[in-house]
Ligand binder design. Structure first.
Ligand SMILES: [Zn+2]
Length: 380
């Protein structure tokens, strides 16, 4: 019986995903999907209203109990203010991917499920007020990312830029794409929703450890129109004329490549205003790294993304001149405005962008960091 129920739920979930052309986020009927199930064996047609099975939840004030198995005892109370992708519903229970990238169950009655949106194709006529954006500040918690000579942590810098970009995306603005100027106005409407994978409402102001699958699931299960991971770079110390920005795209997605190429142009426009002795790597612009053995995207975030995604490496934190610039509001505003303009341009035009490099075969000699020691952020 239990197995039959699970199969039924799966069938209905699949139908709902394919037949619901209308946007669900922000709709007054968002909490429920109406699904018509037609039996071919009989001639009857039944209409059932089912709660959404996929989407995003944010752990509520006071925290959220996580369960290893539906109906079991909770193993942890997750800290409030953390967004998680929901991949499955079984009755009252929702299966999520927790911040350590592990599957966990929660009670549907403990949260407000924001149902998965149905992305519309980018281009002229795209309605920004229906858009769902996921911003992913890189690193966090014990993973500081790049560290500058004065001790500035990339993880905290990335968070600040993400928060600024979210504020721009949610507001109405006018954009001068020639100068890059962004001012409050009615030219471009605010988007429907922006989810941060490390939300400032979460533990330590959003400075917590977050796994790659966790991050990707927030993007995939929200039905995001765009997923942008925000980083700053380290190591290469070659003097370059222009900012050494790199934006990584997925080798499997032409829209990801277009997003990266547009973001690169906007980053260049924003950062070129600063008179700094920039450093960079051998290759800048829109790049893609392919695993030499598998031929797939080297970066796990891009490999997992089901939505147009890009990883932005803005500037070099290990260059003391750039680190000093990164400490200023002016840099952080410029970076966030570049992300904002890039996302708006990607969604509302068919511009190809520029600065695209061919995919590079990549072997990681250093190996990948283990997340096996990841700790779930607990509600105090
Ligand atoms: Zn980084």
């Amino acid at each position: 019986m239990a197995r039959f129920l699970v199969v039924l739920v799966l069938l209905i979930a699949a139908c709902g995903a394919s037949s619901d052309a209308a946007r669900m986020v922000g709709d007054s009927t968002a909490a429920a999907t109406t699904t018509t199930v037609t039996s071919t064996a009989a001639t009857t047609t039944t209409t059932t209203t089912m709660p959404a099975a996929e989407g995003v939840v944010i752990s509520p004030p006071g925290g959220l109990e996580l369960y290893e198995f539906a109906g079991d005892k909770p193993f942890a109370t997750l800290h409030e203010g953390i967004a998680m992708g929901v991949q499955f519903r079984s009755g009252d229970w929702l299966e999520v991917t927790d911040p350590c990238s592990n599957p966990a169950w929660i009670l549907g009655s403990d949260v407000d499920l924001i149902p998965r949106a149905e992305p519309a194709p980018a281009g002229p006529g795209f309605d920004l007020s229906n858009a769902v954006i996921v911003l992913d500040p890189g690193h966090g918690g014990r993973d500081w990312g790049a560290v500058g000579s004065t001790g500035m942590r990339e993880s905290q810098l990335n968070s600040d830029i993400a928060e600024r970009a979210r504020a721009l995306l949610l507001a109405g603005n006018d954009i001068n794409f020639t100068t890059g100027e962004v001012t409050s106005g009615m030219g471009y409407r605010g988007v429907e929703a922006v989810f941060l994978t490390r939300d400032p409402d979460g533990p330590e102001g959003g400075d917590f450890e977050a796994g790659l699958a966790y991050r990707a699931e927030v993007g995939n299960r929200s039905g995001a129109d765009v997923f942008v991971s925000i980083h700053n770079n380290s190591v290469p110390q070659v003097d370059v004329e222009l900012p050494g920005t790199e934006v990584y795209y997925s080798v499997a997605s032409t829209e990801s490549r277009r997003l990266a190429a547009i973001l690169y142009e906007e980053m260049l426009l924003s950062l070129s205003q600063f008179d700094v002795d920039w450093q960079g790597g051998r290759i800048k612009g829109a790049r893609s790294r392919v695993d030499s053995e598998t031929g797939e995207d080297y970066y796990g975030l891009l490999r997992r993304a089901e939505t147009p995604a890009a990883i932005v490496e803005g500037a070099y934190l290990t260059n003391p001149e750039e680190e000093a610039l990164m400490a200023t509001d002016a840099f952080r505003i410029a970076y966030s405005e570049a992300l904002y303009r890039g996302i708006v341009r990607f969604l509302t035009t068919t511009d190809p962008g520029s600065g695209i490099n061919q995919p590079e075969r990549f072997v990681d000699d250093a190996g990948t960091a283990s997340t096996s020691s990841c700790q779930i952020p607990i509600q105090p």
